[in-house]
Design a protein around this ligand. Sequence first.
Ligand code: EPU
Length: 440
Amino acid sequence: MEEYEIIGGVPLRGKILVAGSKNVALKVIIASLLTREKIVLRNIPDLSDLRVLYELIASFGAKLKRHHKTVTIEAKNLSPFNISIEKSKKLRASYMLIAPLLTRFDEVRIPNPGGDKIGARPIDRSLNGLKHLGASIKECDEGYICAVRNGLRGITHRFEKNTHTGTETLILAAALAKGKTVLENAACEPEVDDLIRFLNSLGANIKRVKERTIVINGVSKLHGGSYKIMPDRNEVVTFAIAAYVTKGDIFIPNAQKEYLTSFLAKLEEANCKWQERRKGLQFTHSVLPKATKLTTMPHPGFMTDWQGPWTLLMTQAKGNSITHETIYEDRFGYVGQLQKMGARISLFNPEIKNPEKLYNFNRTDNKNGSFHAVKISGPTMLTGTNLTIPDLRAGATLVLAALSAKGKSTLTGVEHIDRGYEDFDIRLKKLGAKIKRETI
Ligand code: EPU
């Protein structure tokens, strides 16, 4: 097991490049199975989630080579008849393999996916879409989904609610289906559009015609190619908040402002100084932040992945703040840990008139005991202590909390961070952090 030891209270300063986006890397690797020709992917970060995916696809025949940030994939001959359920369970995105495999095989058997424990995370919206495209789908052996292709045909499909990977799964399946598919109420995260750009570079014909409508004209074949994926927006937000909570100053030359609009607007509301430079964005601590009320929303709203770091920032703001999570039903795994550090923060369920409409998740009755909001009173000086990381984004939040706190913190559960941040400790150290990684 690995742990971080952090001595807090040092302002982080300097320049840092963010890595390639995890949530694009996973999808372009899966999408590479749509063609038998060679694909070269660039700017791919070294993450444990990706290593699991490499092992998964190599286990059924994909040939992979990695050299620094470049990954070459050739999926000429695949035999995906016994996909590892243990490995699939480690990744939410693993179920997306169903789409490229259905374009290549008459029948496929896919393990149910996994990922962070942040709610039920079903995949009904993807499976309904695939059925609509013509596939027959049923739960077969325990823990597996079996799908029969039946010839995929273009359709107009409306997603009941937003689904990021669901939209991507349907795009992958429709790229090689017969005829035209129109996806309505489709997700519009920039990561979805990066996947579309990649597929079009291989010969696909996919266009976002309105903010939430995507048209896919099926083609008979995709060819090989080379593609550089976009920088990770989650990393930008993580390092930006690191600058504010440690009272530092961080410049990110490859931050893409156009994909961070809701975050930058919230920074302005909180009185946090940021600046666009000729290239990139600079985040500088100046004054005590102002308390805010935040509700997470699908893009272009404030992203759920950013609410943990934001809530931490609000522990340093003057007054009462609220963070309301509407995408996942249970994404406050870090709250108990912040309380241990002295944060004045409490969980609650806001009164909502129409929860079915507001919440992105299916189950809205709170009967499983989950909370959807927190109230934070600040500012509070946090104190270092022993912390347990429950999931990836909570992990980043707790590392930032420890960096901002007085004294020493020890964090276990570092493997969650390795899923989404490459060399997190090493890069933080370059900005001045006192952080040590140890095997225990
Ligand atoms: N949902 C359903 N049924 C479905 C699909 C989704 O009930 O068929 C619910 C989910 O349970 C969740 C909500 O709808 O409560 C949103 O799910 P969505 O499908 O949009 O997200 P996802 O596929 O679970 C991806 C990212 C997440 C990111 C969200 C929102 C990947 C691999 N994961 O998740 O990233 O938070 O979209 O943009 O792309 C992370 O990187 O830490 C992470 C969790």
